[in-house]
Design a protein around this ligand. Structure first.
Ligand code: SF4
Ligand code: SF4
Length: 108
């Protein structure tokens, strides 16, 4: 864990959709951060988006779980690897262009 949400959270719903790693979710009382998914926004943004947006400043760095930028970068790479097959399956990701012989669908 790098960041955590304290019980001062007012459940304003601002941070959850802003997280690029889907690390924030509603907990029993207030929102919480999944330590396996939070990279402090490393790989996506210069600053943690949740911290930037939180109106009550209730997302500090957990003093017992300070992580280096290298550790956070490794987590970012893992999340990207995990997401890659899911993104590729629906055919959304386009493969490199390859020579396509006539397939009958000639655009006019
Ligand atoms: S610091 Fe970034 S990755 Fe971590 S919970 Fe906040 S928005 Fe998500
Ligand atoms: S932005 Fe802050 S107050 Fe709003 S839900 Fe997130 S942690 Fe809670």
């Amino acid at each position: 864990m790098a960041l955590w949400i304290t019980d001062e959270c007012i459940n304003c719903d601002v941070c959850e959709p802003a997280c690029p790693n889907q690390a924030i979710s509603m907990g029993p009382q207030v929102y919480r951060i999944d330590p396996d998914r939070c990279t402090e926004c490393v790989g996506h943004f210069e600053q943690p988006q949740c911290v930037q947006l939180c109106p009550v400043d209730c997302i500090p760095v957990h003093p017992e779980h300070v992580e280096s930028r290298e550790q956070l970068w490794e987590r970012y790479l893992r999340l990207q690897r995990e997401a890659a097959p899911a993104r590729a399956e629906p055919g959304a990701a386009t493969p490199p262009p390859a020579p396509q012989p006539a397939d009958g669908a000639t655009p006019r």
